[in-house]
Write a protein that binds this ligand. Sequence first.
Ligand SMILES: Cc1cc2nc3c(=O)[nH]c(=O)nc-3n(C[C@H](O)[C@H](O)[C@H](O)COP(=O)(O)OP(=O)(O)OC[C@H]3O[C@@H](n4cnc5c(N)ncnc54)[C@H](O)[C@@H]3O)c2cc1C
Length: 399
Amino acid sequence: MATIVIDREQCIGCGACVDVCPFAALSLEDGVAVVNEQCTLCRACLDVCPVNAISLPEPVSQAGTPDRASYRGVWVWVEQFRGEPRGVSWEMMGEGRKLADRRNAPLTACVLGHGVEAIARQAVAYGADRVLWADDPVLAVYRTAPYTRVLVDLVRRHKPEIVLLGASLRGRDLAGSVASELHTGLTADCTGLEIDPESGLLRQTRPAFGGNILATILCPNFRPQMATVRHRVFEMPAPDPGRRGEIIPVGTELREEEIAVRVLDFVVEHGQVDLAAARIIVSGGRGVGGEKGFGIIRELADVLGGAVGASRAAVDAGWIAYEHQVGQTGRTVRPDLYIACGISGSIQHLAGMSTSRVIVAINKDPEAPLFRMADFGIAGDLFEVVPALTAEFRKRLTP
Ligand SMILES: Cc1cc2nc3c(=O)[nH]c(=O)nc-3n(C[C@H](O)[C@H](O)[C@H](O)COP(=O)(O)OP(=O)(O)OC[C@H]3O[C@@H](n4cnc5c(N)ncnc54)[C@H](O)[C@@H]3O)c2cc1C
């Protein structure tokens, strides 16, 4: 984060700023005031400094990044958890590769962590021309401050034109933090990325105004152009183990004692639904009629070895938990088979499932909008159709 600026030559080490800081952001080291990341730029210290050694950072110029023409290349942050790379990062690599080729520029993967060299090699297989590989015990577990510091530092040194991150919990956190530190724009939860043929800018498309329109956003004045994309919006590329790329170790200069957050433990929440990973999803909407109605949806999902999804109408009615919600404000899914039962097909629901490989719609209204997108439509009462399908699949699939 931005902090106040202390002129070490001017500072007389009187400690007045330390006493007045409400956020414990200042201390004295070797007789000189130093500031840490707790600083909120509240200005309390500015007025008490008797020698005017403290100032605020330069305001951001509205004219944009001054040397933006020198920014080049596409970067993807490769997320990992306990040494396991996240699928969304490889999806971003696939898309990053296309963008880099369009810009005639290299694709760089940023792999941060501890003991993650294997992931750096995998990044090459997934399309990276080079990998910036930061290995440090402080980076073993994701925390905003050290990850931001390392990524910001790398961006300032190497000046990429585009930086992409997966819109996971960590990716969203890191993207916002890095973008604000670099004073650049960030488009979250994009559903499409392409290069504008005339300007060469990144066209970042995402739903806006409650999902009723798709907005294409440009970041013409600031660099890098930053975007996040949710898991399963883009296709997973096939890795090529024979690909060659450069793996460049980068130093970090992190010190554990400077990081305010400690991770004490991880607690696994059981019974969570991993909709994003499901190959088959059977979803219920308002047409299911109530909590009990989800019984037949669950039975069909069980027989097919799939997961249960839902529309927001069903979630809002309290028939099923939010973690099952598919759509703009729920999960984005891309299963091989999506069976929608009693779901009309609002634009917000489609935003979360339209890239499913095969879509089956079951609805008693033959004019339901979802039929227009579905590969197979069954116009009928779901309370007759769904149990009939379950019985038939059970017959065919049970050995
Ligand atoms: C900002 C915003 C974000 C949103 N995010 C999401 C989101 O993430 N996900 C989402 O789903 N929605 C979202 N919505 C809500 C969305 O606009 C719709 O209201 C919602 O998707 C409707 O759910 P539904 O299709 O189940 O209900 P309805 O639109 O009421 O459709 C119910 C369907 O069931 C059919 N039906 C009824 N009985 C039967 C039966 N016995 N057999 C067969 N068919 C039957 C009806 O013909 C009808 O087509 C969002 C809205 C906004 C404004």
